[in-house]
Design a protein around this ligand. Structure first.
Ligand code: SF4
Ligand code: SF4
Length: 113
């Protein structure tokens, strides 16, 4: 499976967990958005646009239903779950996380050669 698809699938599992938080998605932080902006630009040549449904938000990509950035454009966010969230995650979450980490390490290694 390709990285893009792996990130999409892992986010399908974590998004509903974070949506139930009070308030929802409260781990989101401007630093995470900044890292996504840089990753999307540097790795994929994609400029992310402001998509928040709050005109004055410090989180440019977060809406009431979650983040609008493609999961592979925000890898650190896509791979993050708090310990409580991890407890609620199914076994498939861990299998996907392992596969993604292995592929990212492989890609990182090939960049350094
Ligand atoms: S990672 Fe944990 S604390 Fe953060 S939004 Fe998700 S469930 Fe809530
Ligand atoms: S998940 Fe999206 S909104 Fe949340 S910190 Fe990451 S990029 Fe920003």
């Amino acid at each position: 499976m390709e990285l893009v698809e792996l990130y999409r699938k892992i986010t399908e599992l974590s998004q509903p967990i974070c949506a139930k938080c009070v308030p929802p998605f409260h781990c989101c932080h401007p630093v995470g958005c900044g890292l996504a902006t840089v990753w999307a630009r540097r790795v994929y040549g994609t400029e992310l646009e402001y998509t928040s449904d709050n005109a004055i938000s410090t989180l440019p990509y977060l809406t009431k239903t979650g983040c609008t950035v493609a999961p592979h454009h925000r890898p650190l966010c896509s791979l993050w779950l708090c310990p409580e969230g991890e407890m609620a995650a199914p076994a498939e979450y861990w299998e996907l996380k392992k596969e993604i980490m292995e592929k990212e390490i492989e890609l990182g290694d090939s960049c350094r050669k």
